[in-house]
Design a protein around this ligand. Sequence first.
Ligand SMILES: [Mg+2]
Length: 225
Amino acid sequence: MLLSSQKRYSKKEYQTKNKYPKYIPFDENFIWYWDLYFETGLIQEKLSRRNKITLVLDLDETLIHSNQIRLPGLNYDFTVSLKVKEAQTMFYVYKRPHVSEFLSQISKWFNIVIYTSSVQEYADPIIDFLDPNGYIKDRLYRCNCEQMSRNWIKDLSCVTNNFKKCVLVDNSPLAFSRNWKNGIQIKTWFGNPLDRELVKLLTFLDALRSLKDVRHILEYRKDWN
Ligand SMILES: [Mg+2]
């Protein structure tokens, strides 16, 4: 039914002038309006974003390793300066092997979030360096973690309320103790240049990305390493 105040568009008008129609009039031509709307890519884009799994990544010893002392025989990639106990301290940052390729590939499959138990002043320059292409969509820091004795627990409800489509990759299993069905533990990385854990993880994530509920697989996989 078309209201009298609404303009009736011809199919040709839509195709030429209204590449991105603001609304879809509901009338007898609804089907081809819908087709056209679908063809423009707006709906595909919305659906794909909604259906994508959110992949939450830890930073230290998962994607990078940093140390106040330079590692022998290994070139550092970046330095970050931070005030620790009133003194300015320099940290040498090492990228885990294959991390750039890893981020580039998973950005096509997932919405990527970094959730680190480090403070923002330390994490932000490292994430900026790691991700010049802007693959990472959100960042959470120590202030978003819960402290339990000397450990930091990550709470995925800070990231999403859809736990069916959320995965946390962390080297510490304690980090995802609150959402253990959503966790993947990765081997801790301290600078081994021959490490291939991120490449191995890609294969698993590729299989995981089409699932309606990731917990159906993750809750049964306990022998991560
Ligand atoms: Mg870590």
